[in-house]
Design a protein. Sequence first.
Length: 231
Amino acid sequence: MATKSTSERGRKLLEECTLFSALDQRARHEIAAYARPRKFIAGESICRLDDPGDSMMAVVLGTVRISLPAIKGKDIILADLQAGEFFGEIALLDGKTRSANATAHTKCELMVLDRRDLLPFLERNPVACVKLMEMLCARIRRSDERMADIAFLDLPARLAKTILHYPRASRSAGTIKLSLSQSELAAMAGGTRENVNRCLRNWQRRGILELKDRWTIIRQPDALRKLLKPD
């Protein structure tokens, strides 16, 4: 059986995704026809902060990392986006520059929707416009929650939340397994690598997790969940 091309996979994804699922078949086919495929190797920059924002992109395969530059050349990791998720919609809608960096965390296949095609389509299809607004509102809520976490939670609680909620973690038999470096965990939790290392080593001594071959294996997820509950 022939392997599906990026275009075929991407158009099927666009036709089925939540953003366009409420449209009729004709409208779904129309938006899918506008999209063009792009491929990126792991580590390749997709777009950078302050680049012109003339398109929105959907992840077809792989993981896209959204980040912001911080002091001393380090990045703050905002999200790791999976297949079916979109990014770039803010700059596309307001016509300004990109608000963050997007990098192919793994080998990626994307579908790109250009501003010149998407804006007229949204004007003709208000249902899709409302769905896009809902998606933006969800992003704003997550951003507000992150700021509240940094303001009110200590590092162990922020780190526990990062681990418990990481979308690419493997979950089975009451354990959570993820492959993230301590630098990546620090960039997600808003701490330093040194403090994250101390926290993980403490949890390892207590039997909450195991650090093995670049994997973090959570043996007692409930112990981490307790850190998120108010006293």
